[in-house]
Design a protein around this ligand. Sequence first.
Ligand SMILES: [Zn+2]
Length: 220
Amino acid sequence: MTGTIQAHAFRPRDLVGGHIVIDLVNTVTARDAEPIDWLDGYPRLLEWAALTGQFAPAALAVLRRLAETDPGGAASALEHIRELREALHNLITALLDQDAAVAEGAVGQVENHWKQAVASARLIVRGTTPQPQVGVETSGLEYLRHELALQAFDLLRSLPLDRTRVCPGLRCGWVFIDSSRGGRRRWCDMATCGNAAKGRTHYQRKRQTASPQGHQRPPG
Ligand SMILES: [Zn+2]
């Protein structure tokens, strides 16, 4: 990703991807134009993680303290999670575009992150299902990336490509899984991109109808 890094206060409406891994991909906006990275620091990553509601507050508090005592480690952990995010974006969009060559390169990058996560993981049995589990005590500042890499593996194995879309909104490019009943969701968020597009169409229609109306006016 080439673009700019910009401070952003994450809100619930920034989590519209339908899966936490896709919401991570969507921490960059305007991918269709000049991409803007909203993760402007490790504390921001922790804010985003808290908003997802999928991490224990106690673990996030440990990470906050670790980041304060080891700013260099936090900076490189942030860089690593950006690498995972971009690899996932490249892979998901390549799968959607059926671009096998790009997908092969991107899946190799995802593989590296997944291997690192597995190397820090324990295999536990939850209910009746054995599954890898990572924790802040073994992964340290890389915990969020390790957890998201494991979840990415789960997502990618069952990603519904026919329901996975890229929002066509101007300066958006967010990815989302359309879980609507009819499968006709077009926008990441009707309240933002959908309304903006409606506004533009309305404006264009008004412009288009303005001059014909003038011609139709009866003479005299
Ligand atoms: Zn959008």
